[in-house]
Design a protein around this ligand. Structure first.
Ligand code: ADP
Ligand code: MG
Length: 796
């Protein structure tokens, strides 16, 4: 029923697109007959028409037709009708689902060309450096032929140091191919610039995200973080770890595993009060203790060795949930990593503070328009809609799909399953049919690879370590007699072409050794076979010992023990038991998907506060960066606000208090006489402080001597005040977020509480920034180097 509806809706969407396609096709002959010169000249003509007020959408049919013809002449590829349909979706800012091998790289060139005409920057964003570079290199001749400038968004060398202005030059191109990670970090870095000349990123105009589900949905849990200084280390990890080991589940604490939460019950709180010898752990001043207890609880009960992390060389190394790969260098934030280290009794590492962070979801919101493409977007449609109000249009394949997706083969345990896989691969290899065997973890891939070598079957092992080499290897996976063993991510984005004679044998055989955490990824894997109407097969092997069953299926569905008594023999014979196992696996995958969805939803909820605040702060920074004059009146008004506030906060009605305040905030050299002043009159005190402030400003200006430099000084001082407090706020919010969901009153309230605290602290921050600006203006020391460049030494 649901499917039927989806189909009808999709058909309607396609028929609208086909009307535009018709208009594009109508230009085909005109441009086919045009000379190279005429065709190239179109770019300039389009730009002029844009300048005269024509819209991109009205230019689309002609521009796409021009690009098609140019692609034919330059690359020898004429974009097919289905590619044009996808290209229209991309321009409209939605998601195009196009199967593997349908030519998404070429499809993207049409909207990139059209949007690149504006000169505001059109981006193609993909998952890794290798793919960005490959696609950029392949498409460069096409764009250059048409007179657009194109660049890779980064210099592809490890630890490359950019010269001043180099990044700005890169981002000035019409078209940029880059990765989500590169762009995200650049966005954060750009917003730490302390002068207009160090800004390099233009405002983001148009972007297309390749493999959009992988970037937006699968990597949702890992925000980009620029780390700052090491955080003051807590010494409570050890003792809280020992404490939580004494607690009993359902008496002292409760767990909701699928929501990733654990909290103390009232009994648990009593126990903690007792253990730590305090009246009430929730009283003021014990925040750090409560935080550490919660961290210890989460570390102990929500993270499992070998599922979430490995112990490797005495370190806790996280595991990528999708690929099963180790993620060295990646750490859980805000003390959680340290809590797990304490649990495992290894050395406790330093926790770095966060200086700037953004999630990928929000990074893309910075684009005026963005769109996405992937082979498996439909299954993520709900997410895309909830997140961005984007729809997914399923583009038909150019040729009908011939691949046969076989039903799962069922086993009781991993040993019998793995044996069957080896047997099957050997049989296929006998016929010379190419096989791609995909596993979840690198270890399993290595195991199979060994098994084949022992049986004298040469094979390629791809475990996502060297993307460039792996792309080469996977491209060869379709040759006669090839056996390739790979983890799920290895070689993604590379098309597998069939060798001679392979079609007759049935095409590529994809075998997957277990279901992945998400059915979207499963579908992606099946799609490795049967590209562009090729024959091919795909089949999953499952057992009750699969990761998703271990992780998400076990407790509820296996309780009756019925299946335990079944042996492999019986299982092979009995459809009923097989059905049962399939059910368990499917249920486990659904739980896993729901959990992923839940985490994404939470991540988004939490991100709302920080992203709203980030927008305010970044906008303010940009305003300051562009400002070329500060009136004396506005500065005095600011100072007056600050002093009025300070009068109460610092109780400036005594001589000592007032003198100290002046020393600390306005002038270390103050030698005025406060006698005879009525300090209980707020107005008098504030007026006096304002006068002092004016004096200091005049001194600073006189010292700097040159008005231009004085303005630069103002700018640096104000930015510094904003940044230092904003960086603290980012870190505080991140800590708050990681700690707040341990409160006992449920997730909804936790989020509400988080937003409340986030707002209060932000308001406090704004006050603190103003005070800091006044302080910085008065007490910073400007100096000049030999070349006359301004340096500012800030107070504190
Ligand atoms: P996808 O990203 O959709 O999996 P690719 O962009 O990697 O697919 O393209 C797959 C292959 O098809 C590439 O070798 C590409 O050069 C080729 N290709 C794409 N479009 C065309 C076309 N219109 N005509 C001929 N070959 C094409
Ligand atoms: Mg691709």
């Amino acid at each position: 029923m649901r499917r039927q509806m989806d189909k009808i809706v999709n058909k309607r969407r396609l028929s609208r697109l086909k009307k535009t396609l018709k208009r594009i096709n109508a230009y085909q002959d005109t441009f086919r007959q045009a000379s190279d010169e005429t065709l190239k000249r179109q770019t300039q003509i389009f730009r002029e028409r844009l300048a005269d007020g024509e819209t991109l959408t009205s230019l689309l049919p002609e521009a796409y037709a021009v690009l098609r013809e140019a692609s034919w002449r330059v690359l020898g590829m004429y974009p097919k009708d289905v590619q044009v349909l996808g290209a229209i979706v991309l321009h409209e800012g939605h998601i195009a689902e196009m199967q593997t091998g349908e030519g998404k790289t070429l499809t993207a060139t049409m909207p990139l060309y059209l949007n690149g005409l504006t000169g505001q920057g059109a981006y193609l964003i993909t998952t890794n450096d290798y793919l960005a570079r490959r696609d950029c290199e392949e498409m460069t001749p096409l764009f250059e032929w048409l007179g657009l400038s194109i660049s890779l968004g980064f210099v592809d060398e490890p630890d490359y140091e950019y010269a001043p202005g180099e990044k700005a030059a890169i981002y000035a191109h019409d078209i940029i191919y880059t990765t989500n990670g590169r762009l995200g970090f650049d966005y954060l870095i750009d917003n730490l610039a302390d002068g207009l000349e160090s800004k390099f990123l233009p405002s983001l105009y148009f972007g297309i995200i390749d493999e959009v589900d992988s970037i937006v949905l699968d990597s949702a849990q890992t925000p980009l973080v620029i780390s700052g200084a090491p955080r003051l280390q807590s010494n409570l990890f050890g003792i809280t770890k020992t404490f939580v080991e004494t607690l009993e589940e359902d008496i002292h604490y409760e767990i909701k595993k699928d929501e990733q939460t654990v909290w103390l019950t009232p009994e648990g709180i009593t126990e903690a009060n007792h253990y730590f010898g305090v009246e009430n752990i929730y009283e003021d001043g014990l925040f750090d203790l409560v935080r550490n207890i919660n961290l210890a609880l989460r570390g102990r009960h929500l993270f499992e060795e070998n599922l979430d992390y490995f112990l490797f060389n005495g370190e806790v190394v996280l595991i990528d949930r999708i690929t099963g790969r180790m993620l060295p260098g990646t750490k859980l934030q805000s003390g959680l990593h340290q809590a797990i280290e304490a649990k495992e009794g290894v050395d406790i590492s330093v926790d770095m503070s966060a200086m700037a962070t953004i999630t990928f979801q929000n990074l893309f919101r910075q684009f005026e328009v963005f769109s996405g493409m992937s082979a498996t977007s439909k299954l993520g449609e709900k997410d895309f809609f909830d997140l961005y109000h984007k729809i997914v249009v399923q583009i038909p394949t150019d040729k009908p799909i011939e691949r046969i997706d076989m039903s799962d083969r069922v086993f009781k345990d991993n040993v019998s399953k793995n044996n069957a896989i080896v047997e099957r691969v050997c049989a296929l290899h006998q016929q010379q049919r190419p096989v791609l065997l995909i596993t979840r973890t690198a270890e399993t891939a290595e195991y199979f690879s060994m098994q084949f070598f022992e049986r004298h079957i040469p094979n390629n092992l791809l475990i996502a370590q060297n993307v460039a080499k792996e792309a080469q290897m996977i491209a060869e996976a379709g040759q006669l007699g090839a056996v390739t063993v790979a983890t799920s991510m290895a070689g993604r984005g590379t098309d597998i072409k069939l060798g001679e004679g392979v079609k007759a044998l049935g095409g590529l055989a994809v075998i997957v050794s277990e279901h992945m955490e998400n059915s979207r990824v499963d579908r992606q894997l099946r799609g490795r076979a049967g590209r562009q109407g090729d024959p091919g097969t795909s089949q999953f092997y499952i057992s009750l010992e699969d990761y998703i069953v271990e992780r998400w299926g076990k407790h509820k569905l296996l309780e009756d023990g019925q299946l335990d008594r079944v042996d492999n023999e019986m299982l092979r014979e009995s459809r009923l038991f097989q059905q049962r196992v399939k059910q368990i696996v499917t249920r486990a995958q659904r739980v896993s998907e729901e959990q992923g969805e839940h985490i994404r939803e939470m991540a988004n909820e939490y991100e709302k506060s920080i992203s709203a605040q980030r927008e305010i702060v970044y906008a303010e920074r940009n305003r300051v960066l562009k400002q070329s004059e500060w009136t004396k009146e506005s500065l005095i008004a600011l100072a007056r606000d600050v002093f009025q506030e300070a009068y109460h906060r610092h109780q400036l009605h005594t001589h000592t208090a007032l003198q100290t305040y002046i020393y600390q905030h306005i002038s270390f050299q103050y030698d005025g006489d406060l006698n005879g002043m009525n300090l209980h009159n707020k107005q008098t005190v504030v007026d006096m402080l304002v006068a002092l402030f004016e004096e200091r400003l005049a001194e600073q200006e006189r010292f700097i001597g040159n008005h231009y430099m004085y303005v630069r000084f103002m700018q640096k001082v104000i930015l510094k005040a904003i940044d230092s407090h904003w960086i603290d706020q980012v870190d505080a919010l991140q800590q708050l977020r990681n700690n707040i969901n341990n409160r006992q009153n449920g997730q909804r309230n936790a989020i509400f509480e988080y937003h409340r605290v986030a707002m209060t602290t932000f308001e406090m921050m704004c006050g603190a920034v103003k005070a800091q600006i006044v302080n910085n203006l008065c007490q910073s020391v400007p100096t000049f180097d030999k070349k006359g460049k301004l340096f500012v030494h800030f107070p504190k």
